[in-house]
Design a protein around this ligand. Structure first.
Ligand code: PMP
Length: 354
């Protein structure tokens, strides 16, 4: 016997690499290539160290109010956390407490199985179709909850509100979480379904469309009752999740819808252009409605391309996992970054042929 018998053992989630060197092109963690709304800089400039002396508002009032106004819901319907990772983790802990397995796709955000493991939640991976689509029929089996991203990650595939509604209708006894981390790049949010389904929790983040991955802000919107349960758990773990500066910056970032539209619009435009160029090089990919493209080449090994891009200081994401080991997930960067990516890809494909 040893204390090690009683350790909560888990294989942790591995985030994308954050290389320390300079001069790299970073297309591996779906960050936004543009800065946050300019008003955020003003908040930073005006923040005084004396403001750090006191604890922050444990209710995150200013941020919750701003999110509620932006998404036209009541403040009681909003929960915030340290990135959507924190929000989803709290939501797993709060709502996935059944002996029945929770369901999520076999190809999806690779943190879901880690949270399930760490909280001892049974789970079942549901196989996506050959073209990485969700078949709603697969989610009409006994379960302890459901989660999937829409658009899905790492595929970028967007499912319809009809499909989400069909799953919600079939599962009134489970909480259904829709992870909308990438919804602002051309998807349609399922927030309007909240009026009809009290078991729906919609999760979004500032990390992608609002360019604030480094600040760590995520939020969930749902029925008041769901949010109350989430807060009960949050206040049983850590009352002060959001620091003072983050609360101020997060509220400010929402005050500039024109900047937001412009920024997401540029990324969508670059994404569509990237699709054309990837297709010209012979890559195939499911149609993406996110800020990344999940591309495969029928004639070249994805692992080889990944390594050769890395040698050229261009980082994309690659998983040596079943079903997806011939795909690269390429974040949409600036047009200039994509130009450099294509120059490198052309060289690599020619090199490998000769
Ligand atoms: N959900 C999905 C599908 C993601 O890809 C990510 C980004 N890794 C997250 C949630 C978490 O993002 P964050 O914690 O930065 O909000």
């Amino acid at each position: 016997m040893s204390w090690e018998n009683f350790v909560r053992r888990v294989v942790p989630y591995t985030p994308g690499e954050q290389p320390k060197e300079s001069g790299i092109i970073k297309l591996n963690t779906n960050e936004n290539p543009y800065p946050p709304a300019p008003g955020v800089q003003k908040i930073l400039d005006e923040f005084r160290i004396s403001d750090m002396r006191l604890y922050p508002d444990p209710d995150a009032g200013i941020l919750i109010q701003a999110i509620a106004e932006t998404y036209q819901v009541k403040p009681e319907q909003v929960f915030v956390g340290v990135g959507s990772d924190d929000v989803i983790s709290m939501a797993f802990l709060t709502f996935f407490n059944s002996a029945k397995p929770i369901l999520f796709p076999d190809v999806t955000y690779s943190f879901y199985d880690v949270w399930a493991d760490v909280y001892h939640i049974p789970y079942q991976r549901v196989r996506l179709t050959e073209d990485f689509r969700i078949n709603p029929e697969d989610y009409k089996i006994p379960n302890g909850g459901i989660i999937f991203p829409n658009p899905n990650a790492p595929t970028g595939v967007l499912e319809s509100l009809e499909l989400i509604e069909e799953i919600l209708k079939a599962n009134p006894d489970s909480v259904v979480m829709i992870d909308e981390a990438y919804i602002d790049f051309g998807g349609i949010s399922c927030l309007p379904l909240l009026e009809k389904y009290e078991n729906l929790l919609v999760i979004q983040t500032y990390s992608k469309s609002r360019s604030m991955a480094g600040m760590r802000i995520g939020f969930a919107i749902g029925n008041q009752k769901l949010i109350k349960y989430l807060n009960d758990v949050k206040f049983s773990v850590n009352s002060y999740t959001m620091n003072r500066l983050t609360l101020l910056c997060g509220a400010e970032a929402l005050k500039d819808p024109a900047y937001f539209e412009n920024c997401t619009g540029k990324i969508i435009e670059t994404r569509e252009d990237t699709k054309k160029k990837l297709a010209e090089l012979g890559f195939v990919f499911p149609d993406s409605k996110s800020n990344f493209i999940f591309a495969s080449h029928p004639d070249y090994d994805a692992g080889m391309i990944f390594e050769k891009l890395k040698a050229r200081k261009i980082f994309v994401r690659y998983w040596n996992k079943p079903r997806i080991n011939q795909y690269l997930r390429i974040t949409v960067g600036t047009p200039e970054e994509m130009k450099q990516l294509f120059t490198a890809l052309q060289e690599i494909l020619i090199e490998d042929e000769s």
